[in-house]
Design a protein around this ligand. Structure first.
Ligand code: TYD
Ligand code: MG
Length: 457
């Protein structure tokens, strides 16, 4: 490892270090993100123990555990994503594109907790915006009477001195990329500063037992370090995502030491801040137009809850030598596989057709259970025959054309029934898994893709 005072070249996206400059980071594949930085002794690098260590004590795996007491935020979607509430002493990194609504979400969270109990001390430390700007936002959100302690600061030393003397319950640092420690000789936002500042703040959060939120911007330019350099240091990583043109935002846990990571929370950005969406399916299907070819409804599962989304496909004759495949919101390799199965097993000719696939509303789906819905949308567009508007579809497609069963079929059917769907196209029932037939729905079990074509004849 390089000596203190020497320089090394650090990728601002993932934090990988190189002895020489290079155009592309080998570790994360990003271009132009490597910047020369001084090696500092703060936090991680150049740590050499001077004293002899103490003997460690080992214990058996079984034992009495302390029960986690969680602090509920009264924002149900956030509680769900964090695994049932915030754990005192835990550190949560909230990443997302600039302007997506991170400051709004955290100001609302902070105010909700402060309003709950007069004993809760909630600190909002803004390094990006002046006090007046935050006040304007608070007014817009109707939160100006909340007993939140607001300040604008960027010097971590001052922040730590202040918090040491407090009885903080929740501390929000907006954003970690604006914070600096004088001892570290790099500009705020560089990997060295971001890591050193986070290290000091996290240490204090663990010692004092407050919930620490760190806001981190996702960056492509590499002029400031992205949240990925901090992911391993914090307990929970939440990403706040959404399409600029859409009103809804999705809070997704990508790492959680205190809960599941596949949960999502859905919010809608309105005039007066973020509003929780209790029924995401209704929102995702709101703009659907019935009786159109190439559109179908997929009954998916996100985390612990079912979500219905519209899948749209457009198949049109290609003008290129090799046909175009464009996918928004799904895995393009998976689409290639589904198309290959349709060609090989159903004799469909797609090699002279462009295929566009879109998950309506800007949601990103990763489940293989969407295969069957994608195949149906593609066939429907190719044959120009619409599917029944009140049908939901789910199922995984195997390479030999068989339709495989997927997890939680009953939860999917229940959600579809709740939203007024009368028909469901599903994989066949296998083994001990039983589909609940008590809903008033017609369930069509399909065993292989060849049978799909029958639907359109
Ligand atoms: P902000 O929380 O400042 O984003 P971030 O901290 O992630 O950079 O949100 C900024 C956007 O949200 C801005 O484009 C305006 C919009 N907005 C609303 O639509 N309604 C609101 O009530 C608020 C406060 C912001
Ligand atoms: Mg902000």
């Amino acid at each position: 490892m390089a000596k203190k005072g020497a320089t090394e070249f650090i990728c601002q996206t993932c934090g990988a270090a190189y002895p020489k400059w290079q155009g592309r980071c080998d570790s994360c594949g990003e271009w132009n993100t490597i910047v020369e930085e001084k090696v500092t002794g703060e936090g991680f690098s150049n740590f050499a123990p001077k004293k002899k260590g103490q003997m460690l004590e080992f214990v058996p795996l079984s034992g009495v555990q302390e029960k986690l007491v969680r602090l509920e935020t009264s924002i149900k979607e956030l509680d769900r994503v964090s695994g049932g509430g915030l754990v005192p002493g835990s550190v949560i990194l909230v990443g997302g594109d600039p302007g997506i609504g991170k400051s709004t979400l955290l100001l609302q969270t902070c105010a909700k907790i402060a309003d709950k109990d007069t004993d809760y001390e909630c600190y909002y430390i803004s390094g990006e915006e002046a006090i007046d700007q935050v006040r304007i936002r608070a007014k817009r959100l109707g939160l100006e009477q909340s007993p939140v302690k607001l300040t604008s600061a960027t010097d971590v030393k001052n922040i730590i001195t202040t918090l040491e003397k407090s009885k903080a319950t929740v501390v929000i640092i907006d954003s970690i990329q604006t914070m600096y420690l004088e001892e570290v000789e790099s500009t705020p936002g560089s990997v060295a500063q971001v890591r050193a500042c986070a290290y000091e703040l996290i240490k204090l959060a663990k010692k004092k037992g407050f919930v620490l939120f760190l806001v981190g911007h996702v960056t492509k330019q590499g002029s400031i370090a992205g949240p990925r350099v901090l992911e391993h240091m914090v307990d929970t990583v939440l990403y706040f995502e959404g399409e600029r043109g859409h009103h809804f935002r999705i809070l997704r846990a990508v790492k959680n030491r205190y809960g599941a990571t596949d949960e999502i929370g859905v919010f809608e950005m309105q005039d007066k801040g973020l509003v929780e969406v209790e029924n995401p399916s209704a929102l995702f299907l709101a703009e659907r137009q019935g009786n159109i070819s190439g559109s179908c409804v997929f009954a998916g599962i996100e985390g612990s809850r079912p979500v219905l989304v519209e899948i749209q496909a457009l198949v049109s004759p290609t003008g290129y030598a090799s046909p175009k495949r464009a996918v928004v919101g799904w895995d393009s390799n998976r689409l290639a596989m589904v198309l290959a199965v349709l060609e090989a097993r159903c004799g469909m000719n797609l090699s002279s057709q462009d295929v566009y696939l879109n998950i309506a509303g800007g949601l990103k789906i990763s489940e293989p259970a969407a295969d069957l819905a994608v195949a149906m949308a593609v066939i429907s567009s190719l044959t120009n025959k619409p599917l029944p508007a009140d049908a939901v579809i789910f199922g995984e497609i195997g390479l030999s054309g068989e339709i495989r069963s997927v997890g939680q079929p009953n939860a999917r059917l229940k959600e579809a029934h709740k939203l007024g769907f009368n028909n469901a196209i599903t994989p066949p029932t296998h083994g001990n898994e039983k589909k609940n037939t008590s809903y008033d729905m017609n369930i069509y079990e399909i065993g292989n893709v060849q049978r799909l074509i029958n639907w359109f004849n």
